[in-house]
Every structure is written in structure tokens, then in C-alpha cells.
Design a protein around this ligand. Structure first.
Ligand code: AMP
Length: 537
């Protein structure tokens, strides 16, 4: 006899998160820095009321289940209202990446068939270029304290127009958010998150061995809300009832430090470039900022160099390294030293923290090459594969089906190996591997080693065409302000760790390394710049 379980079937939707925040966390603050630098203060209670009003206004504007509503906004309270209000209307929040070229934003908005857009007034000059590039929206709703400029509809007026209508019933499998991949190879592709995937991701993200978020935290997401939903952190903060602090358009080190200090932030999140800048500002004026003791900084998006982790420990702050992708919502690996190794071998603990780590509950990973799953020997590499309830099972429109294996894994395109503790370490992107004389060289490993030199701020390694070896590595290095080192110093620093043929033929010193909109090294541009560099060889 088959027996049905006797538990309630409650759909896992973000409405549960909003209801709870409204009921039990209503006085918890949400602070946003405005474009005029003023701090705007509101609460989850107020945001919940306004998010529902936004949902009704959207239904009144004709938004129907599954329709896409775009946002072109910095991190602030109204963006949080959109995170909840659009899905409550049955819509899909499509966060447009304001760092992309207007032509690309236009392509993405058109591909997504965005019907409405909510845009910051300070971003209207960019938005006008997006429209000039061909994107069309039925309505443009402008957020800003000065009211909407002539010819535009204001956000507050839009909220006031909300009719007294009921909101649609949402199923947990309904889509809630849309994010496009950064598209370093090929056209950007859409990943459509569901309510269920978001709720499960949010729950697990907050766990102590994941990002360890609780009601006693004050969270500052420096990572933009248009990058994989600011790594899901706004949802997680609302779920646990943490105070939220949004930086608005100001992501420069002094502005971030001001907020960390004045709002007594306990946990912040951003890509390594952000923390590089903060480290430099703190080194330049160590006594200037009074930060919360034990401040945690979640870092991901690119590898966190071990030296950076050590430097922040010295400053009494803790970097927590995590790995993820647009396709993985994004949390897929977190590098926390297991308790039985804590306090043992210090060098080992730092090495582990600089790796990408182990998967959180409900996510599974494997590293495979042509011979199958690689052994946990810290040497053999393969491609990292991942599966779980918040991992994409397809791109919108079914593009690139070859990114999924026939047995249900998502191919990340990241090259990795696994050590005896089960820690995954990324060594490269498949596309960035360098092939020299028939042998593979992992560019990220060289970069991490170069960034371990005390004079190096950043290092990017690329393969440059070479007549004899087909490709040879070249390193572009940015030194720390005031620091000096020669190419020979740097080569000597890394020589012991790699086979001789891995060492870059040339180390060039540059002022900056080109970056993508998400702050990753833009190796396509570097490869273009140095394409002919070894041609005389
Ligand atoms: P995106 O989808 O734009 O977030 O990019 C995802 C890619 O960023 C991954 O496939 C990795 O190559 C890279 N990435 C993310 N987190 C890390 C990390 N902690 N260390 C190294 N690379 C990372």
C-alpha cells in the first residue's frame, strides 16, 4: 500500500520571505545611499507594504504571469521592493547589467521581451542610449528623489496608481528572476530562476557553514543587484531579518569604508577587486576607520588570492571565499576550513581558504576528465560539473544544450582539481588554458602564485601565439602603489612551484588589467593586445 505523507504542501515562494519580514522583522532597517550621498532609512515593514503596492500597480499595468519587468538600478531599497513586488505580480524580475555596453543591454532586453522597465534617474543617460540602440519598453518608470523628469513616469506616482486588485496565486515552480550570463564566449544567455530554487538557495546560503547569516547581522552587498541577484543576499537578509545596507552608486573604497563604519556592518560581499581597494585604503590609513571586530567579507566572482586572505586576517577581518556562476544562483562552493583542521597547520588552512571549497547541502559537484572522475590527489585536473535544485537545467530558448551532460550535470567550463580534504581548486577556465608544445598550462595557477608576491597588486596570465610552441604564457602585472619588483624577481618567486616550461616568457608591467562588467579579468582584450608579441620568436 502506498501511503501519502501527511504534511502540508506549502508552495516555496518569496511571498513567505516577505510575509515573515513584514510580520516579525518590520522594524529592521534598510539603509540606502542616495546619489546625493544622503542615507535613506526605511524598514522591512515599509518595504513589504510598498512591494505589494508595486505588485498591484504592475497587475494594473497589465503584467501577467511570466511577463518580464526589467530593472536598471543600483543597489537600494526600491530595487529590493522590485525583487519582491515584480514576482508577487506573477512577473519575472529581469535585472539589467548597467555596466554593459548600451547595444548589449538593448540586445538582452529585446531577447528577454521585457515589457516594462524601472530605472534610476541617474541612469537615464545610459537608458536613453539603450533605447537608441533599439530596445523598446511599454512603460518606463523612473526612481529618484527629485521626481520623474519631464516625459517620464515617476515610481512614486506609479505606486500611488495601484488599483485595489488581488494578486495572482504563485506556484513554487513559477519563474521569478531572469539573469543573463556575462557572455565572455558567444552571446549572453538567459537563466530563469524559480521561486523554489530561490527559496532553497536562500535557506542554504544562510547556514553557518555556508555564508553564516543571521538576524544579528548587518549586511552590505557591494556586489550589484544585477549580478546574480547580488548573490541572493537581499533575499537571505530578508529571510533571516538582517539589517541591510545598500551602497547606491558609490562603490569606491572610501565610500564603502564609510558605510562599513557608520552602519556597523558585520558582513559584506563583493568581488576581489573591491577588497583589493579596501585593503589599500586600510594600509594607507590604518587607524582611520573603526570597523566591527571580526567583520566578515564574502568574496567570489574571481579567485581570492591567498595573500589577500592573510592580509585581512592581520587587519582583524575575515575573508570568506565562495565560488558560483549565474547558472548556479550562484552559491556552488564555499571554502571553510573543517573544524578538525582548524588551528592545526596554519599554511594548510590558508591554502584551503584560498581554494574554492566544498559544496553546500543539496548541491553536488564532480570533476571529470576523459578518464572519468578525477582522483582526489590535488594533481589531476578535469572540468568541474555541478547539479542541484538551484542549478540551471537549461538556458532560456534552449541555447547551448551541450553544457549539460546526458547524466544531468551542468558543465561549468572551469578546470579544477580536488585534494584529499575534498576541496575543489579552480586552476583555469577551459577557454583560458594555454597550450604550449602540446602541454597544458593553467593560467589562473600562475596568477595566484604571482599575486602571492608582496609587490604585486594583480596579475593576469594569457597564452600568446608562438611560432615554435604554438602558445607561450605572458603575464601582465600591476604592482602595488610604491612597490618595486623586476620581471626576474617575480619569475624567481614562482619558479620553484612550477615546471620550467610553465614560467611566462615575458612579464609586462601595466597600470591596470582590463576587466569585464563583473570585475573579472578581460582576457580576450589582453590576448588581442599582445597577439603579435611573440611573433618574432
Ligand atoms: P558569472 O556567471 O559571470 O558569475 O561567472 C562565473 C565564473 O566566474 C565561474 O565559472 C568562474 O570561472 C568564475 N568564478 C566565480 N567565483 C570564483 C572564485 N571564487 N574563484 C575563481 N573563479 C571564480
Amino acid at each position: 500500500m502506498t501511503a501519502l505523507a501527511t504534511m502540508m504542501e506549502v508552495p516555496l515562494t518569496v511571498e513567505l520571505v516577505l510575509d515573515r519580514a513584514q510580520r516579525w522583522m518590520k522594524d529592521v532597517e534598510v539603509v540606502s545611499r542616495r546619489p546625493d550621498r544622503r542615507l535613506h532609512r526605511t524598514t522591512y515593514g515599509v518595504i513589504a507594504v510598498r512591494a505589494r503596492r508595486l505588485a498591484r500597480a504592475l497587475v494594473g499595468a497589465g503584467i501577467r504571469p511570466g511577463d518580464r519587468v526589467a530593472t536598471l538600478m543600483w543597489n537600494h531599497a526600491e530595487h529590493l521592493e522590485a525583487y519582491f513586488g515584480i514576482p508577487l505580480a506573477g512577473g519575472v524580475t529581469h535585472t539589467l547589467n548597467l555596466r554593459l555596453h548600451p547595444d548589449e543591454i538593448s540586445y538582452i532586453a529585446t531577447d528577454a521581451r521585457d515589457r516594462l522597465v524601472i530605472v534610476d534617474d541617474v541612469l537615464l543617460p545610459l537608458f536613453d542610449k539603450v533605447v537608441a540602440a533599439g530596445a523598446t519598453f511599454e512603460r518606463v518608470i523612473v526612481v529618484g528623489s527629485a521626481g520623474a523628469p519631464e516625459g517620464y513616469e515617476g515610481y512614486e506616482a506609479f505606486l500611488d496608481s495601484a488599483p485595489d486588485v488581488g494578486l495572482p496565486t504563485i506556484a513554487e515552480s513559477d519563474p521569478l528572476g531572469l539573469c543573463y550570463t556575462s557572455g565572455t564566449t558567444g552571446k549572453p544567455k538567459g537563466v530563469l530562476y524559480s521561486h523554489r530554487s530561490t527559496i532553497l538557495h536562500t535557506l542554504v546560503e544562510a547556514l553557518p557553514d555556508s555564508l553564516d547569516l543571521s538576524r544579528s547581522d548587518t549586511l552590505l552587498p557591494v556586489v550589484p543587484m544585477f549580478h546574480v541577484n547580488a548573490w541572493g543576499l537581499p533575499f537571505a537578509a530578508a529571510m533571516v531579518g538582517a539589517k541591510l545596507v545598500f551602497p547606491g552608486p558609490y562603490l569606491d573604497p572610501p565610500s564603502v569604508l564609510e558605510l562599513l563604519e557608520s552602519e556597523r556592518v558585520t558582513v559584506a560581499a563583493g568581488v576581489p577587486t573591491i577588497w583589493l581597494g579596501i585593503r589599500e585604503a586600510l594600509d594607507a590609513a590604518p587607524a582611520k576607520w573603526k570597523l566591527q571586530p571580526g567583520l566578515r567579507m564574502i568574496v567570489g566572482g574571481s579567485a581570492a588570492p591567498e595573500q589577500m586572505i592573510r592580509d585581512f586576517d592581520r587587519l582583524g577581518m575575515q575573508l570568506i571565499h565562495a565560488w558560483g556562476m549565474t547558472e548556479t544562483s550562484p552559491i556552488g562552493l564555499v571554502a571553510r576550513v573543517p573544524p578538525h583542521l582548524e588551528g592545526t597547520d596554519e599554511a594548510l588552512c590558508y591554502r584551503l581558504r584560498a581554494k574554492q571549497g566544498v559544496p553546500p547541502p543539496l548541491v553536488d559537484v564532480c570533476v571529470r576528465n576523459d578518464d572519468g572522475d578525477v582522483p582526489a590527489d590535488d594533481r589531476t585536473s578535469g572540468e568541474l560539473m555541478v547539479r542541484g535544485p538551484w542549478i540551471a537545467s537549461a538556458y532560456v530558448g534552449g541555447h547551448s544544450p551541450d553544457r549539460w551532460t546526458s547524466d544531468g550535470w551542468f558543465r561549468t567550463g572551469d578546470v579544477a582539481r580536488v585534494d584529499e580534504h575534498g576541496f575543489v581548486q579552480l586552476t583555469d577556465r577551459v577557454a583560458d588554458l594555454i597550450k604550449s608544445g602540446g602541454e597544458w598550462i593553467a593560467s589562473q595557477e600562475l596568477e595566484n602564485a604571482l599575486m602571492g608576491h608582496p609587490a604585486v597588486r594583480e596579475a593576469a596570465v594569457i597564452g600568446v601565439p608562438h611560432a615554435k610552441w604554438s602558445e607561450r604564457p605572458l603575464a601582465a602585472v600591476v604592482l602595488k602603489p610604491g612597490a618595486t619588483a623586476t620581471a626576474e624577481d617575480l619569475r624567481a618567486h614562482i619558479a620553484a612551484r612550477f615546471p620550467k616550461f610553465w614560467l611566462p616568457d615575458e612579464i609586462v608591467f601595466v597600470d591596470a588589467i582590463p576587466r569585464t562588467s563583473a570585475g573579472k579579468f578581460k582576457k580576450t582584450e589582453l590576448r588581442e593586445t599582445y597577439r603579435g608579441h611573440y611573433s618574432a620568436s
